[in-house]
Design a protein around this ligand. Structure first.
Ligand code: FES
Ligand code: FES
Length: 162
């Protein structure tokens, strides 16, 4: 079957098998290997991407289901050569160690800040509760999201007063 979708602002059309999962479509067909595949049980969340702006576990979505939709992966987070504040936050606050969970974490946390620009620690922890990090103990991830929230708020304030 043929599918057409927009991935990171670029329209792509490919012939695929109907059973192909979105995570494999992104990684193996489009070579967007920033999206990771970490389990067979829909538990780890390392495969999170956005479909029409909403975080989804791409191992639970058929590529065929993304036909006609807009998909964004971690490769599409940076804009105009600038890292997204959430990426900067993970860098500044050591929100990663091995980095395996990081792409999915960042996609979920970016979506959280888009809806709730000033989340509490509890809200951040709830947002990432469907995702597993084996390394960090989560505290630095929460700190990274807080860093991004604070710096985004400061940047927005600067724009208002400029
Ligand atoms: S690969 Fe583990 S939840 Fe998708
Ligand atoms: S940084 Fe290693 S799994 Fe999260």
């Amino acid at each position: 079957m043929q599918v057409t979708m927009t991935v990171n602002d670029t329209e792509v059309t490919r012939e695929i098998e109907g059973r192909l999962l979105l995570v494999h479509f992104l990684r193996d067909v489009l070579s967007l290997t920033g999206t990771h595949w970490g389990c067979d049980t829909s538990n780890c969340g390392t495969c999170v991407v956005w479909m029409d702006g909403e975080p989804v576990k791409s191992c639970t979505v058929l590529a065929a289901m993304a036909d006609g939709h807009e998909v964004r992966t971690v490769e599409g987070l940076a804009q105009n050569g600038e890292l997204d504040p959430i990426q900067q936050g993970f860098m500044q606050c050591h929100g990663l160690q091995c980095g395996f969970c990081t792409p999915g974490m960042m996609m979920t946390c970016r979506a959280l800040l888009d809806k709730n620009p000033d989340p509490t620690d509890a809200e951040i922890r709830e947002a990432i509760s469907g995702q597993i990090c084996r390394c960090t103990g989560y505290s630095t991830i929460v700190r990274s999201v807080r860093w991004a929230a604070v710096h985004e708020a400061a940047a927005a304030q600067q724009e208002v007063t400029a």
